[in-house]
Write a protein that binds this ligand. Sequence first.
Ligand SMILES: [Zn+2]
Length: 398
Amino acid sequence: MATRRTSREINRQIALSLIRAHQPVSRAELARLMETNRSNVTLLVNKLLEENLVREGAQGSEKIRGRKPTFLYLNSEKSYAVAVDVRASRTFLMITDALGAPLAEIDNFATEADPARFVKTLSRRVGDMLRRGIEAADCEGLGIVVPGMLDPASGVVINAPTLGWHDVNLLALLRAEFDGVEIHLENSAKACALAQVWMKRGGGAAVNDLVFVSVSDGVGVGIVIGGELVRGRHNSAGEFGHLPLSIDGPPCSCGLNGCLEAYISNPATIARYTGSGSPARQPGSGEIVELSIENLMARARAGDSRALTALFSTARYLGLGLASIINALGPSLVYIGGEITEAWDLIELHVRNAIGERTLTAELAATPVQIVPASENPRLRGAVALVTAPAFAAPKLA
Ligand SMILES: [Zn+2]
């Protein structure tokens, strides 16, 4: 990530990352953290103060060279960012300050199948949220994550099977509604993986080889190897959701049969419980109202053995899929996001057993799997990181 940047820009990003991680921080402390001298830091900080990215706050109590140091903070108050998590069933919306801290309750609405109508609704909902008392004046940008293959540069959603969107120029539609706002698009799972990398950096130990598996209406996978997001030639790398577990398996949203997604997505788990056979949602058919995965998990906890069995099967298939991902990539850490993480205490053992069954070495079998709870809104965090992180995204330090 750092190869084509000037050292000045890199130092600026390192400084911002360190201030974010250690604030309030004095100039002397910052110089120590950056392993550089005070005059370098003074130059850097003056520039950041000028750009309004950093502000000075309270004074420290201990005198250094006869005077009390003034602490530095990131300036997060002057602007806001909009984060959008598009899912096949519902779309979630969050407004944050410039550091990604939420400024209001998360809003959500049923995702419309027609992209143009969807963007109109989104624009209205963002406007409503802003009118309900967001003080900050400037919009830092809008980050939107979509479950499917897309090209972040052109803003075209190439193929989002669960949404039924093919070759949709989402960026053009968004630009028409959000005039003058900087817009960042990314695949949901890729954004989640990036957000994990960015959150770890500046905070100490960096994990440079990780996989984020998002289990929801569909299944998305974001891969970071050597600190870099793996995109592949057409930005489609990581489509492990369509790894075939069985060529004669249940139909998948992609039109084929037996993909991992067709075994472990929320609709797949629900279909296993209701016995409705076909887990594939009709693309763009909107929300499933009959039974939610949350309902199913609640029934399992209440002692409904069929619900528990459906979850256990999903856990086993998830573990088999993870084993293939682990065998193929050898990550240091696997993150799991999605509603099903709320039942992790029930299913973890089944997931781990299946991983153990199909990984090729004991080391691979022992790969740590960590859940990111739904309450942490990893996809919204991924979306907001697209806006807020680039300024802070220091090259990897570890
Ligand atoms: Zn598929």
